[in-house]
Design a protein around this ligand. Structure first.
Ligand code: ATP
Length: 290
């Protein structure tokens, strides 16, 4: 095989809790990770020259070792002594700095692409272990589907595929650096922690209303006061018929869960009209097994 095309899937968090802080600054989390059908398209091709050539459809993204996709290719070259080169072309569709793990998804896809292109003798378990060097969300992006992520995000428990949910996803025009949000999170007895176990129970019962009513993200307590537009979008989604809405990751992207496609379609139009978010998309939860 000389060429491969991959989908790098975005994720949302149906629940995100922070349960502790480590001395090295990392946080211990409990997150429910769910892939959605928004993805970057990645084309990879072997090239004879021993270099990593990277192109992306967004001119402001780095195409050197500051790009997670480049780092992933380099990691595989080093780990498996690959002396051929690779060309990587990324068509970005996942909004950047959104809380949708776009960079991590690209990195995971490149790890898998390198494994396949260069026939690396490595299990997916080992690939996940290696991938945490690139970022805490990358192991999930390698595994894909639905999972509980603990530790710093790398301890994964696969969960049963979620039923198909209609989703509205909106990203306002603000930049929210993940690091700043975690740094400003204060955990004390007043912290409102989401009911992660309750969400998982509703998921295992295919109880869409139960899932929607329990959605929770502790990072909203930091990001929303900084950027009230996130709350405005959340409220509009519910006003337009979402069962509930939530910020994904450290933000600023908001998603809403809709019971039927007709309501979703209508809400999509209405939310676009508000101009609160330049990026609005209709999508659904991803499952490889459905
Ligand atoms: P997370 O949810 O994991 O915090 P995110 O969705 O908030 O991720 P990303 O889109 O992954 O954020 O990227 C954030 C930063 O990473 C940007 O500043 C961008 O320049 C850099 N970056 C490096 N590689 C990539 C990539 N392949 N795609 C997008 N951003 C990248």
């Amino acid at each position: 095989m000389d060429k491969i095309v991959l989908k790098a899937l975005a994720k949302i968090n149906l629940g995100l809790d922070v349960v502790g802080k480590r001395d090295n600054g990392y946080h211990d989390v409990r997150m429910i990770m769910q892939n959605i059908n928004i993805y970057d398209k990645i084309c990879m091709e072997k090239i004879p020259e021993d270099v990593i050539q990277l192109q992306t459809s967004l001119s402001f993204l780095p195409v050197n070792e500051n790009n997670l996709a480049y780092k992933a290719a380099q990691l595989m070259k080093d780990e498996f002594n690959i002396s051929e080169g690779v060309s990587i072309k990324i068509e970005k569709r996942i909004p950047v700095s959104a809380g949708l793990a776009g960079g991590s998804a690209d990195a995971a896809a490149v790890l898998i692409g390198m494994k396949k292109l260069f026939n690396c003798d490595v299990s997916n378990e080992r690939l996940k272990e290696l991938s945490v060097k690139l970022g805490a969300d990358v192991p999930f992006c390698v595994q894909r589907g639905t999972a509980l992520a603990e530790g710093i995000g790398e301890e994964l428990t696969e969960l049963a595929p979620l039923m198909r949910c209609n989703l509205l996803v909106a990203k306002p025009k603000i930049i929210v650096p993940t690091k700043v949000i975690y740094q400003n999170l204060k955990l004390d007895k007043n912290t409102l922690h989401p009911d992660i176990d309750g969400i998982m129970e509703a998921m295992s019962n295919n109880d869409l209303h139960g899932i929607a009513s329990k959605l929770g993200n502790v990072l909203e307590t930091v990001t929303i006061p900084m950027h009230p537009v996130i709350q405005e979008i959340k409220d509009k989604m519910v006003e337009y018929g979402a069962l509930n809405s939530l910020m994904s990751g450290s933000g600023p992207t908001v998603f809403g869960i809709f019971e039927d496609e007709k309501t979703l379609e209508r809400a999509y139009g209405l939310l676009k009209e508000t101009k609160l978010a330049p990026y609005v998309a209709k999508t659904s939860t991803y499952s490889s097994k459905r």
